[in-house]
Write a new protein. Structure first.
Length: 155
């Protein structure tokens, strides 16, 4: 068994920050896209992040089957409460996925070439860093989107 509590702590911090921004906006505004080309709602970005973590940790690292519709993540809508429940359940799965992995080992699966991500083979630790990188980037997107929406910029 490997102690992954520190890694999960930082993932949780990122998700808690995203969810707090969504809760601050409320469900109506949290599902609004700002008027910028390609912009997504705060809900959709946070929902996408749940898909990222589930896929990369659950499927790529642990080899668990993950049913993911990446394109649908960017148009998803819903409530902050239901997304928080989804993230709580995700963390139970992630803890189980990481319980027996060795950071220097190879992950059980290789991501498809068409997925955005690192352009080199990764160890389990590398995949974990990639997930943290994605969550940090999208947490920033959520903060900027929240700021735009609270200042009246809507599409």
């Amino acid at each position: 068994m490997r102690d992954q509590s520190e890694y999960l702590y930082f993932l949780r911090r990122a998700f808690d920050g995203m969810l707090a921004a969504l809760e601050d906006l409320g469900d109506d505004l949290g599902n609004v896209r700002p008027p910028l080309p390609g912009a997504n709602s705060v809900y959709a970005i946070a929902y996408h992040c749940a898909g990222v973590a589930d896929y990369w940790v659950g499927h790529i690292i642990a080899g668990r089957e993950v049913d993911r519709d990446r394109a649908a993540e960017f148009i998803a809508t819903g409530s902050a409460h239901e997304l928080r429940r989804k993230v709580d359940a995700l963390f139970e799965r992630l803890a189980a996925d990481l319980e027996s992995v060795t950071p220097t080992a190879l992950p059980r699966n290789t991501p498809p070439a068409e997925f955005e991500g690192p352009e080199r083979p990764l160890s389990v630790r590398g995949v974990q860093l990639h997930v943290l990188e994605e969550l940090a980037q999208h947490h920033g997107h959520i903060q900027i989107t929240r700021d735009l929406l609270t200042r009246g910029a809507r599409s």
